[in-house]
Design a protein around this ligand. Sequence first.
Ligand code: AR6
Length: 310
Amino acid sequence: MIELVQGDITKVEQIDAIVNAANSSLLGGGGVDGAIHKAAGEELLFECRLLGGCKTGQAKITKAYKLPCKRIIHTVGPVWNGGSHNEDQLLADCYINSLKLAAENQIRTIAFPSISTGIYSFPVARAAKIAVHTVDRFLKDHPECFDRVLWVLFDKNTKEAYQTEVDLIEKNLDLADSVTESRQTDIQMCACFFQSVIEQDRSAVVICNLEHEIIYMNPSAIENYRKWGGRELLGQSLLNCHNQQSRDKIEKVIEWFKTSKEHNMVYTFYNQKQNKDVYMVALRDQDRLIGYYEKHEYRNAETMKFYDLW
Ligand code: AR6
């Protein structure tokens, strides 16, 4: 959505608004400000006189008169004063406040000059970094607001500085996409292995999220929980299948899982009648606890045939 072009901002067509790098009087000056006032005509100055000036980092809006766009947003960039006088933040504020004002006025396409890098002497590479990353952040935070953001840069050097920053953003995006894609493939692969492992397990395995909602039961668990509804339990609370004492235990275990990523498995119960152990195991996405599974494991000796496949 961010585009760069070398040229004169007063000549851009098919854009709702252009931004002016003005001074705090808003009464015109040199550079891009002078060019905009000249091209818009003297009516612009009449309107600007009514605005009562504008503070550094802030923005005000006017009509565009003889310019091809509909509106002009006037913002006042910081004068470069060595870099330790809040210049970076004030420059970022110019972009943020211009975009906010534009969005409030239903402007969907907007063109910026390189604010502060002319008469106000802000170093171009530093200004380009702040400008592009601030606007990119704003667009990501407000994806519905704009259709096009254009920088109209007067000279080749300035355009190259902005291009470097735009390229950086695009590279990071590509990287993020490919990481997400390969991670998803890994997860799908793991999921199908894990599913086959868990489904053949003759121990009952029940997976719950942190609200205790049952999100998976293997075939043994469906059998095991038949008297409580079997498969019907999916989507319901595991706590409904337990008495108050075990409910308290389950809650306690979850609290213990939460206190450390090393806390991952607890032996909770031995059922003498059925000769089985019950465990709770933490489920984590990286380190973040996302749920748990409850496993009932019989102590009975294997009943399968022993190595009878050949
Ligand atoms: N189109 C696009 N960019 C332009 C144009 C144009 N027609 N003309 C100049 N530029 P500057 P500032 C570029 O000095 O540093 C005024 O007097 C220019 O090459 O216009 O924020 C105001 O009244 C540079 O890359 O703005 C303030 O007093 C960029 O626009 C003061 O200058 C900004 O240069 C503001 O200084």
